[in-house]
Ligand binder design. Sequence first.
Ligand code: AMP
Ligand code: MG
Length: 402
Amino acid sequence: MRPFTSTISIDEARRRLDATVRPIERRERVGLAEATGRVAAADVTSKVDVPPFPRSAMDGYAVVAAATANATPEAPVRLRLLDRIYTGQPSRVTIASGACAEIATGAPLPSGADAVVMVEQTTPGRDDEIQILAAAAPGQHISRRGADITSGDVVVRAGDVLTPSRVGAVAAIGCADVAVYAKPRVAILSTGNEVIEPGRPLAAGQIHDVNRFTLGAIVETHGGVPEPHPPAGDTVEALTTALDLCAGADLIIFSGGSSVGERDRIIDLVSARGELIFHGLAIKPGKPTAFATVKGTPFFGMPGNPTSCLSNAYILLVPFLRAIARLPPHTPRTTLVPLGRRIASSAGRHQFYTVRLRNGAALPAFKGSGDITSLSLADGYIEIPAESSVVEEGTLVEVTLF
Ligand code: AMP
Ligand code: MG
């Protein structure tokens, strides 16, 4: 055994992680159907006007506004109906003072007309006449050409996340694809002689791989592309071979073997192949965590215990990955509730303690760092600072929700 001689605080770990982040530079073009949630890599500037022609914003009648000036329900203005204009079908007629054309929402305004009277303010007259019951103001119910977007307008800025409405703006200007930053490729690998892929039967002493899937889910949720590898055994040779297979990734995450046991080889691997940035955190769960760079690629050595591994993924990996992916920081929802039962905490370590919400109170859900149900049966966690060792029942606690 090679015990931790010192650990660093969570804040110091965050500082060192922030100092290591290099936002991704690779770019690619994606079709609009794949663009939601991606980060624009360049300004998107319109080369066209939207709408491309003046159009009606209502179902009604295109008129010359001045001709309707005296219209009231008692004394309607009678106009001769020249045409019916539907969307996609420009009209060839010209509207003069005594005339009008029926027009659908979105249909091109005919020449001569400068207003639309909505159908509710009209009644049919005799023969081919329409009676206008209210005066129209010039421009009324018309979207002029370029009213939404004018040629030269920037509809999306570089660095913007492509929300549904921004994808819509790109579609409106007629672009079928958009330049985005590539998603970081994240190599994920579980280590441990005992770790077996789910779907295979267990021999004596073996367990199924949990971390590969929890880490993969986190990576996928926060803008990365998980690249899972099969589990590797606890020798420096096996780990070195596995590490070589991760070449080309933007981020490498191993789990297991990051502690201080004789078979915990991650530190040997990193010492031989990379530069260690920290090993050992004053947090619970998640103390045996290493962070390094390997040929410039950031490398997490996460604890093998599934709850420690996933808890660290939420706390350390998510902000780091999002920064690489150029996504804005994730702000989980929180709720303030009384603690339903007293919790004793490890003094000297900042604790992330999982809780369940029941009847407006937070109940302890943490079983052990090795138990995935510490997290899967919890609704969120509370943080207990290093200097506190007890949180009494009834204390108001802030729960960060999963
Ligand atoms: P380690 O961090 O290698 O000392 O492992 C700590 C504990 O986590 C041990 O009980 C391991 O069997 C278990 N463990 C390690 N890796 C995994 C994994 N990928 N999935 C589930 N449990 C694991
Ligand atoms: Mg192990």
